[in-house]
Design a protein around this ligand. Structure first.
Ligand code: PAF
Length: 289
């Protein structure tokens, strides 16, 4: 595996690969790799000639009181995993090179960024859209892979690519779960043993909400059920959101008639604070006609 730390060298390498007619697949990450990332990388390897993975803990997507400093970093362990999967290139730039002094350009996807996580992390998606744009300009991939645990992120990136005519295909992959249903996340490492047990309430809530939708309950009732289920777990310190949403606009549907969505998909989504960790999860559910 080739490790590239400099932007210019990554661009030269990608240009050369493209000249040779190679298709470049790209998995952007912030490291602390888990099975969720590895599933994206496996898919990327299947569908491309060259697989590039980036590891960059992006400061612009963290708020001033968030976990940028303590976000888990494990370059050695990550490199080992990437090597064993046969990744071709690890791109590992420094903050100074990505955001040199005087840096002042940001990408903002309006509308979609103001729902769900955007309400609690006001500049988060601006940071994500900016760094993903920069990484696309540096790696020049044909395809890029994102996990659906970060459903809103994937939707925003697809919108950005469409709106800015970026020449890259965005591929979304299913959420990978622990055996007890907890969605894999680098932030699960923050949980104590008892908080980790409590965190299973998130997936349980999604399953109960799905069953309620399948029984024909209205959206408002499903939202109440979600909030009650999450609140029953003492380690849940805060419920930031838990409801039924439109999967395209991310509008909260709890005041809307479910008949308007017969035969369509809706999104169940949750963000909670458990101990020191902010955890999110979601599930798409198709309503019967
Ligand atoms: O999902 C992530 O890990 C990050 O938001 C991403 C896409 C790598 C941008 O920093």
């Amino acid at each position: 595996m080739k490790v590239i730390e400099h932007i210019g060298q990554m661009q030269e390498t990608s240009r050369a690969l493209r000249r040779e007619g190679k298709e470049i697949g790209f998995v952007p990450t912030m490291g602390a790799l888990h099975e969720g990332h590895l599933s994206l990388i496996r898919r990327c390897k299947e569908e491309n000639d060259t697989t590039v993975v980036s590891i960059f803990v992006n400061p612009t997507q963290f708020g001033p009181t968030e976990d940028y400093e303590r976000y888990p970093r494990d370059l050695e362990g990550d490199s080992e995993k990437l090597r064993s999967l046969g990744v071709d290139i690890l791109f590992f730039p420094s903050v100074e090179e990505m955001y040199p002094e005087g840096y002042s350009t940001y990408v903002e996807v309006e509308g979609l960024s103001n729902h769900l996580c955007g309400l609690f992390r006001p500049s988060h998606f601006r940071g994500v859209a900016t760094v993903v744009t920069k990484l696309f300009n540096i790696v020049m991939p044909h395809r890029a892979y994102f996990g659906l645990k970060d459903y809103q992120q994937a939707l925003i990136i697809k919108r950005m690519v469409r709106d800015l005519n970026m020449d890259v295909q965005i591929i979304t992959c299913p959420t990978v779960r622990e055996v007890d249903g907890l969605a894999m996340s680098s932030r699960n490492q923050y949980l104590s043993e008892s908080e980790r047990r409590s965190a299973t309430v998130i997936y349980r809530t999604l399953l109960r909400a799905k069953e309620a939708l399948e029984r024909g309950e209205d959206f408002g009732t499903v939202k109440t059920l979600m909030v009650e289920t999450l609140s029953s777990e003492p380690h849940v310190k805060e419920i930031q959101y838990a409801s039924v949403y439109d999967p395209e606009s991310l509008e909260d549907l709890s005041q809307r008639q479910r008949e308007d969505y017969s035969g369509s998909e809706v999104l169940l989504a949750i963000a909670v604070i458990i101990g020191p960790a902010r955890l999110i999860d979601n599930m798409l559910v198709r309503l019967r006609d």
